[in-house]
Design a protein around this ligand. Sequence first.
Ligand code: UDP
Ligand code: MG
Length: 318
Amino acid sequence: MNAPKIAVVIPCFNEEESLPTSLKKLWDCMENLSNKGKIANESLIFLIDDGSTDKTWEILSEAHKRAPEKVKAIKFTRNFGNQAAIFAGLKMINFFDVDAAITIDADLQQDENKIEEFVEKFNEGYDIVAGVRENSEEYDFIKKQTSNLFYKLINWLGVNIKPNHSEFRLVSKKVLSLLDLYRENNLFLRGLFYELGLKTAYVNYSIKERKFGESKFSLSKLLCLASSGIVSYSTKPLRIIFFLGLIVAIISFLIWAFTIFVEVGLNHDINAIEPYEIWESFISGVQILSIGIIGEYVGQILLEVKDRPRFLIDKELL
Ligand code: UDP
Ligand code: MG
């Protein structure tokens, strides 16, 4: 069997500090794999500049100039987010007739040395090979806890995605060709790839510290992604608020019936103002929460109905 032609797809948002080192490391890693006959010599790196405002595009242009056949890049008109950047890269790489694409972050926190193992699994016939993070010391407390909570919640809601796997994965040509069938605006790639139902292998890796620059995933971006993931793949929250409403209504009825019984039936004046106030503020909380949850779904419907482009390309180096 011929060595597969691989594309390494990298989303980049203001990565001027990381890219010079990352590109060199990745280049060396690919040269090494190509020399060992593990990947085809025509394998390439595809970078997506997600609307950076620093020197990212200059660095990518320079890298393309040095090896136009092996380094390709596009630049978005503005920041569309990491999911849109990865999606765009995977869609565009389809035109280069690759056998598989591997997505990895620009800071190479996810260990480029695992690419060899990914390719081995691909050769064994897996369509998706996903990297699973086996440590999380490199993440701060809040990020670690929100990540744990997110996976617990989404699994409980019935979306069985594997905990601790991020956008470090290999997907086969077959997967790339299926992406056109997905028209949604709210991208949550972990859910999308899981939903395909194709043969998936998992490879453990240790996450490294980010050596240069800061994380480009703010807590608010992370929470938006988590909420988008849940709303895209589960309608269970809507059912939960329906039952919550039902329970609140039943309890309210019981309290009302009890008060009538005591005050009219037993002719006994009960002073129930305080418990009522607590109960009312609880109901207000439930109502606001419920409206918020419904709002998330309505917001997503609005965005899907508008069917705006998921990304816009400003410049290309192909
Ligand atoms: N990224 C992106 N658009 C964004 C935010 C991040 O393309 O709006 C890229 C970023 O350049 C990096 C990857 O997504 O290649 C993961 O981001 P980062 O390493 O900052 O996230 P963390 O590892 O802290 O979760
Ligand atoms: Mg990172």
